[in-house]
Design a protein around this ligand. Sequence first.
Ligand SMILES: Cc1cc2nc3c(=O)[nH]c(=O)nc-3n(C[C@H](O)[C@H](O)[C@H](O)COP(=O)(O)OP(=O)(O)OC[C@H]3O[C@@H](n4cnc5c(N)ncnc54)[C@H](O)[C@@H]3O)c2cc1C
Length: 579
Amino acid sequence: MSQPEFATQLTPSSETFSAKESARLAPYFSNADRSVVALMNLPEVVKGALFSRYSRSAKGVRRLFLDEFLDRAEIIEPLNVFETQDSTDTARAQAEAFYARVLSDYGDDSVGELGGAHIAFQEVSQIAAKTIEDHRLGLSFLEKSSRYVPFDDKVNGQYRYYRDQTLGASPYAAQVTQHLDGLFDAYTALLPRMMQYLEETHPIADIEFENALTGAVEKFARIDDAEFQRSAAFAYKQAVRAQACDLLRCFLPLATLTNVGVWGNGRALEYLLLHLLADPFAENRLLGRAGAHELANVIGPFIKRADDDRGKLLQAYLQTRRATQTKLARAFLDQTAPPVAHNPSAKALLARYDADAMDAVVGAILFSASALPKQTVAARVQTLSAAQKEEIVRAYVGERQNRRHKPGRAFEHARYEFDLLINIGEFRDLQRHRVVTPDRQAYTTAHGYDTSAQIEAVPAIRDAYHAAMARADRLYRALASDLPNEAQYVVPFGYRVRYNIELNLRELYHWCELRTTEQGHPDYRLTSQQMYYAVRAVQPALVAGMTFVNLEPNPPMSRLRAEMRSAKKRMSANLTARA
Ligand SMILES: Cc1cc2nc3c(=O)[nH]c(=O)nc-3n(C[C@H](O)[C@H](O)[C@H](O)COP(=O)(O)OP(=O)(O)OC[C@H]3O[C@@H](n4cnc5c(N)ncnc54)[C@H](O)[C@@H]3O)c2cc1C
């Protein structure tokens, strides 16, 4: 078989296989003769067990698989089972017993990271989605967009929101239903009105589009090519719809159902399930049980400790810790203190930062390129002038061509803590950053709500919005003393939440540059710009390299340019296909 051109430069693989062995390996390994090889078509638990054994063996992974795995009935049968989908409980149980033995003989906790699974949590509330996405290490998420998918459809005549059983059995059940239906009725009815407003204020005829074929930029009214016109009109429609969804999501309550796709390694998934099982919300505990049940079929041995005796002990510890925090806050804080008046230009307060961040960063830049102890490097850094330190940082950041050219780990030595007071809609977006230490308070109506120029500009929308927010506040307050958790389902995204984050300078670059891009949501663009300005005010030299932060005000049609780019690509692909 022909080899890729790099193959001769690799250290030759010391594993050799007969033709028969190579044929047996073929379904499971990407090659039989090179020293870099990928695993394929194996159940996650087999991969985990194989790698676990690999750490204690002098053999290569393919030889190990042939010698110790492939001839075992417990392995072969499930492989056939997985291939034919004709599952038998006995084969599965045998296989699991084998994996468990290998894992306990050769593994430690980190073996759980050697296999992974995809799981979809569908039709879950926003509260559940955020609880799931609150986990950071080892997990990747993708959630239904509130920008591209309108939440106006009904299933069996009912809007898509979570119906909590405790709320349903409470004396407030009818009020809760009326309130949630009312929010969705308003959202549904006002979506076309908001689109109409956007079309009136930014008429398509005045907007310039770029022809993918000729590169010519023309106002829509002057386009004569039918294909170009269709493509431009589609981009415009998409942008208007996305913008209207962005603006009206403030009506949506935390009960709104969403879908979350999760990819994670076994250890991270086990931890996620354990946390869900110990969560104060009944919905989350139920999702923990459901998730454990479904994943048992895929990576059973990796997640079984989420709810065994040891898992239950840890769940109890988490619950006690949470209850203790509540008691401590009650004992040591004056909860009746009046809230600080909201100032929209102070959504992001820099609560704490390292005063010696410059020295720490410069020290880290020099350390890894030297052979000196850190203390010696740090002492030398203290003797440098401010100009020299700035020069070092500037040179280290270098010429960044785009935001993906990120400064290196030295920037992780400077930390910042921000106190964010932001609406729940933007919190939902910003909460997705995993390289931060996040802390959120309960959702409430106590901090007031945000509005936007566009909502205020259309009297029908404005009046409906303020009336809906007032109703939400009344209902939340009525519920909160008896049902503090369940009450949170009725709070709409327009209300504010306190979100505290600590992040390092490297993540600050990523966050501010990503979240201020033109197509970002106007609300989090503003918050992220404020974060940048707050650091620039105290440590300008450390953010001087943040050249891709976008400090322009929100564009009137934030999605338009991105949609036009997609339209151009689509058009260009169509033209190529036709050519
Ligand atoms: C315009 C826009 C639209 C979006 N639309 C959607 C949407 O429709 N649905 C949706 O679910 N999300 C959406 N997102 C959110 C997006 O998917 C990410 O969740 C979000 O950007 C935060 O993740 P991050 O990787 O950028 O940053 P962080 O989580 O802060 O991580 C920082 C960096 O660390 C690395 N990193 C962190 N964790 C991992 C990991 N587990 N594996 C590998 N590398 C890692 C990556 O390099 C990453 O960029 C959108 C974001 C933007 C800006």
